[in-house]
Design a protein around this ligand. Structure first.
Ligand code: UFG
Length: 324
């Protein structure tokens, strides 16, 4: 299997995965409508501009490039926005994905790697979240991803469409070369905001909530490098093609850091001081989200190569010379 259609491949995680696919001898083809993605993130890669919901265009692209598997990254990802505008989330993250899956079934493409999220679990009832943890999402974003997970089970039974569901915890960092990285407008994610404060592009960073039941009162998150996520995608795809089975994996480092700890680490790694303010809790934020990724390690042989300092270092390099 060589020809992989990467839907949403011009976005943050997609573009890193495309780069790794290419380096490992695959032939990735990016399919993106560039509503959020960046053409500059996939220079030198085969590119098709198109919308996720455009079945006819997808069918043409499948045939033209002899596509054998699809990786799907094109989603709306903001929890807060999903609460305010659920219709957009359900349309983009469910309705259009079903149309993509239908196009795959109609064209005989059997393998699908799906970007899901820790947000499908809702409030954790265990310290570390494994695949067996109950899934009770608390916002439309998490609901939309969980719904597709359910659709995928039924499509497997009825149509033999095999899927690998990958639930990311907090994706962060940038490629080591510093040519591609994270760029969202507006930016809402913790690490880029911290580093923009360190670079003097923002006045300060606000800590959302200092009264959580954690060791220093700020939220705990599990940061996983975007290249570690990419390697998991490739391992999952290869495993699925070998075994012919669908599966699901939670992807995190297994280690939690508080928001305050991330800020302190960023000050140390960058050597910059910046203003830190405290603010009210942000709606929809669970206090602690940490992955149990033992299954990905055991079944896929997945390893994470980047700790928090390395994640910050790569993101800092990107922040200083970002091109988009
Ligand atoms: N935070 C701040 N200040 C900021 C930004 C964030 O204190 O300026 C805090 C948040 O309150 C949260 C933590 O930093 O406690 C991480 O926030 P992010 O917005 O960076 O990430 P989330 O954990 O909210 O969301 C991420 C993904 C989502 C996914 C979720 C899964 O971005 O797509 O993990 O739980 F749904």
């Amino acid at each position: 299997m060589k020809n992989i259609l990467v839907v949403g491949g011009a976005g943050y995680i997609g573009s890193h995965c495309v780069k790794m696919l290419k380096e490992r001898g695959y032939n990735p083809v990016v399919y993106d409508n560039l509503s959020k993605g960046h053409r500059a993130a996939v220079r030198g890669i085969k590119f098709e501009k198109g919308d996720l919901g455009d079945k006819k265009k997808l069918a043409r692209v499948f045939k033209k490039h002899d596509i054998e598997a699809v990786m799907h990254f094109a989603a709306f990802i903001e929890v807060g926005e999903s609460v305010k505008e659920p219709a957009r989330y359900y349309n983009n993250n469910i309705v259009k994905v079903i149309s993509l899956l239908d196009a795959m079934v109609e064209n005989g493409i059997k393998y699908f790697v799906f970007s899901s999220t820790a947000a499908t679990f809702g409030e954790p009832v265990e310290p570390k979240i494994s695949e067996a943890h109950p899934q009770n999402p608390i916002n439309p974003y998490g609901q939309s991803k969980l719904m597709v997970e359910k659709v995928l089970k039924d499509y497997d039974k009825a149509y033999g469409l095999k899927s690998s569901v990958l639930r990311y915890f907090n994706a962060a960092g940038a490629d080591d070369g510093g040519k591609i990285g994270e760029s969202h407008t507006p930016e809402t994610h913790l690490l880029p905001i911290i580093l923009q404060a360190a670079a003097g592009k923002r006045e300060s960073i606000k800590i959302f909530g200092t009264d959580y039941p954690t060791k220093d009162g700020s939220c705990v998150r599990d940061f996983v490098h975007v290249n570690d996520l990419s390697s998991a995608h490739i391992l999952a795809l290869e495993k699925m093609a070998r075994s012919g089975e669908s599966d699901d994996f939670n992807l995190g480092s297994g280690e939690g850091f508080t928001v305050k700890e991330v800020i302190e680490s960023a000050k140390r790694v960058t050597g910059r001081d910046f203003k830190v303010e405290t603010a009210a809790r942000r709606a929809g934020d669970p206090a602690v989200l940490v992955a149990d990724s033992a299954k990905a390690k055991r079944v896929l042989g997945w390893e994470t190569l980047y700790n928090l300092d390395k994640i910050i270092k790569t993101a800092w390099r990107w922040e200083q010379k970002r091109r988009y």
